[in-house]
Write a protein that binds this ligand. Sequence first.
Ligand SMILES: Nc1nc2c(ncn2[C@@H]2O[C@H](COP(=O)(O)OP(=O)(O)OP(=O)(O)O)[C@@H](O)[C@H]2O)c(=O)[nH]1
Ligand SMILES: [Mg+2]
Length: 365
Amino acid sequence: MRAIIVECKLPKNISRIEELSIMAENIGYAVVKTLTQKRYSAHHSTCIGGGKLEELKKLVDQEKADIVIFTNTLPSSQVFKIQKRIGDIKVIDRNLLILEVFSRRAMTKEAKLQIQLAKLRYTFSWGREFIKMKGIIGEQVGWSGPGDYPFNEYERAARRRISKIKMNLRNVQSKKTALRKRRRELGFPIVALTGYTQSGKTTFFNRLASESKDVGLGPFTTLTSYSRLVRWKGSEFILVDSIGLIEEMHPMIIEAFFVTLDEITNADLILLFVDVSEPIEILKRKLSSIESITRKIEMPSKVIICANKIDLINSETLDIVTKLLNHIMAGRDVYPICAKTGEKITSVIDDILRQLDLLHPIVRT
Ligand SMILES: Nc1nc2c(ncn2[C@@H]2O[C@H](COP(=O)(O)OP(=O)(O)OP(=O)(O)O)[C@@H](O)[C@H]2O)c(=O)[nH]1
Ligand SMILES: [Mg+2]
């Protein structure tokens, strides 16, 4: 599948072309061209302006593209208007690409349901637009009276599907909640891993829990949360690995994955993973994005920062990054580690035990 990535670059926004290219290529698209238009504000009906749209149309024909991916968030009306102008080709935005990545990665029933729900809710208003565009309801008819019939039908069907998926999801998740409750009753503290996608959480999880979960398949390798009992120096705690974060995650996606993220909210301690091998500017941006997401999901107060992938940087860079992390994450312990080789991870585990008051384990008889 050949993809063209398009961006309407506004002065206040950073470019997401690279991020989306990686994501698209990761799920099998060949990014054949990228197209950028700098504007002070997005065009009200087609995001990019008319001239650029013509250029896009030519590019689509010339490159025999199968899909156009906008880095911007597109309201449904814009998607259909763009499609109308450039031909019968799939047009998606960043949020739908993220959901497509999720779909490809979803292995468990829970993740599949969560994605279905997010997709349905994200495209809920699209049905109305589609019906309108296809002239099933003429715009002149308006949205009240008998002309509303097809839309109301669509809306009812969509709502029914949404509530059915929600019910299935609740059934799947109630088992997990029961398991969590049982573990609490048994007195095991819960330590959850969080951080930007691809920062090395599962690599760390596999090492501590002697597991072999998938790592490094690209953004959102892990979608479903996993819990394992970890024993260290005679103490035990539950380690939870879950979905990674991304900048500007759409609220609907956060909501669909809320229960997964809830594992983080319910933890006694958080290990926040940061990939220190990334350029400092990106690191700063990601840290502020993590801050805003974690504020929304109400993180527990105990947080340890794992500055991961130290094998990829030199000591001067590590010094700069550690200072930055100490400054931004003031009051939290920062540990430079290498999850891949296991270097320096023992100090993190010791700190977990210290913060959870597990240093002097009670011997079970
Ligand atoms: N060089 C180096 N690579 C690492 C280290 N830790 C993890 N990686 C690599 O980073 C990539 C991502 O690792 P994952 O463990 O899948 O990251 P994740 O945070 O679980 O990612 P998501 O599941 O997408 O949220 C993999 O290719 C790992 O091999 C490290 O300490 N050093
Ligand atoms: Mg992972």
